[in-house]
Design a protein around this ligand. Structure first.
Ligand SMILES: Nc1ncnc2c1ncn2[C@@H]1O[C@H](COP(=O)(O)OP(=O)(O)OP(=O)(O)O)[C@@H](O)[C@H]1O
Ligand SMILES: [Mg+2]
Length: 428
């Protein structure tokens, strides 16, 4: 009996010791498994294992290396992602990335602003967000052919009422190992300003051509007449006078165009000097005396005895004054024209006003009046003989001097054009 009991105690102790030994052996393995699980879950904190066996020390060292490498990769990836998103967000070009199913993965800030997009767009279909047939067409062609495609879209931006022109380039994204594209990269360039400038240039060329053609065809017509036999002396005299007038008009047109192009030159340096504006105004009135008398108009010049000098290129500013006075005479009242010119200091500027009692300028024309070739009433106004460049020259000259020109006019109540020039030399 006693023997049996002893055997039982020995067996229990034996199993207990084996169990303990197994527990001691398993604990580091469990610890190892725990660390592997932690790394698998993306936690790359330093690996410290307490096991002492060679196998465990080896495994622990390797795991530590793996964890450190993964941690470094994670930082690198985050940095790359950060720079990529910084680049995408600071680009002026719009960037849209989609899957090959054209579901949106990314829209950068510029693209969102071009289309006035608000809210989440990721996961939606390209055409649901951008609602442009052209854009969808370019995208589909790129995915279908696997080649870079380009197109141009013109659309009105919802809620902004502006028309926008975009050039879109679409490139399929395909890893070298893959046969079919995995996604699509769309780059959008805003070419609105460029297209507007092209339109202005086209219009300018058309206008110049038209303005040149009229006097040239008149001159050619009279030259033909003069070439015929038996033209009377009276007819010859009349033809030459008309050709001369149109020749002068061509000359004026060329002068005006040269003035505009010179004033629009970048970095144009004016040869300025402190100038007495009162003297310039008196000279301009004198120069136009013939036209004033012809029109039977009254021109009054009102200004204080002492005016601050301004730093200007006298010859140019005189041209601006002359254009405004000529306009008041030509487009002002047909009879009983009263023109008042005033010069007065207003804050940091010298304000020079040309007021007439003419028909005034319709409200709808006022915003365009300083544009090149713009004339109220379009072609009908051509009978006044002007080229429509006068006010655009005034604006160019005044702007080049750091000043501005404004217009106040109510139809039927005359017009007031004011040139503001910054005062530099003060007399007070
Ligand atoms: N004082 C004014 N009163 C009424 N309309 C004016 C006045 N000044 C200008 N306008 C209108 O503005 C248009 C543009 O003027 P602008 O001086 O640019 O051209 P223009 O006088 O027709 O030709 P030019 O190139 O010979 O000056 C004129 O055709 C005229 O219709
Ligand atoms: Mg004019």
């Amino acid at each position: 009996m006693k023997g049996l009991l002893e055997m039982a105690v020995i067996a229990v102790l034996g199993f207990g010791l084996i169990g303990l030994a197994m527990l001691l052996a398993i604990r580091p393995v469990m610890e190892l498994l725990g660390v592997i699980r932690r790394i698998a879950n993306g936690d790359y904190r330093p690996v410290i294992l307490t096991g002492r066996s060679n196998f465990l020390r080896d495994a622990s060292n390797n795991l530590r290396l793996i964890a450190e490498m993964l941690a470094r990769q994670k930082i690198l990836l985050a940095e790359e992602e950060f720079s990529l998103s910084m680049i995408l967000e600071s680009m002026t070009e719009g960037v849209v990335i989609t899957g090959s199913d054209l579901k949106i993965r990314l829209v950068n800030k510029a693209a969102a602003s071009m289309f006035n997009l608000k809210g989440v767009t990721e996961g939606l279909l390209l055409h649901e967000v951008f609602m442009s047939h052209e854009l969808l067409g370019v995208a589909q062609r790129a995915v279908g052919t696997g080649e870079v495609q380009q197109g141009e879209l013109t659309f009105g931006i919802p809620g902004r009422g502006e028309r926008c022109h975009l050039v879109v380039t679409a490139a399929a994204l395909k890893a070298p190992s893959m046969e079919l594209p995995d996604g699509l990269l769309l780059v959008l360039y805003d070419v609105t300003r460029l297209r507007e400038l092209e339109a202005v240039r086209r219009e300018f060329v058309a206008n110049v051509t038209h303005e040149f053609r009229t006097p040239l065809s008149v001159i050619n017509g009279y030259l033909e007449t003069l070439g015929e036999k038996g033209v009377s002396r009276e007819m010859q005299r009349k033809s030459i006078a008309i050709m001369q007038r149109h020749g002068e008009r061509l000359n004026r047109l060329i002068d005006d165009l040269l003035t505009i192009s010179r004033m629009e030159e970048r970095g144009l340096r004016l040869e300025t000097a402190p100038t007495d504006i009162g003297r310039l105004l008196r000279e301009v009135i004198q120069q136009l005396e013939g036209q004033i008398a012809e029109r039977g108009a009254q021109v009054a010049l009102k200004m204080p005895e002492v005016l601050p000098h301004v730093d200007v290129e006298g010859y140019r500013i005189e041209q601006a004054f002359s254009n405004l006075l000529a306009n008041a005479l030509r487009h002002g009242a047909l009879t009983g024209g009263e023109i008042t010119i005033t010069a007065i200091r207003e804050g940091p500027d010298l304000a020079i006003r040309f007021r007439d009692n003419g028909p005034g300028i319709p409200l709808q024309d006022q915003p365009h009046l300083f544009e090149r070739f713009y004339r109220v009433g379009g072609d009908r106004a051509r009978q006044t003989g002007g080229t429509g460049l006068g006010l655009s020259i005034v604006k160019n000259i005044v702007t080049a001097h750091g000043g501005r020109v404004t217009l106040e006019s109510s139809p039927g109540e005359g017009s007031t054009f004011t040139i503001f020039l910054p005062v530099i030399f003060l007399h007070d």
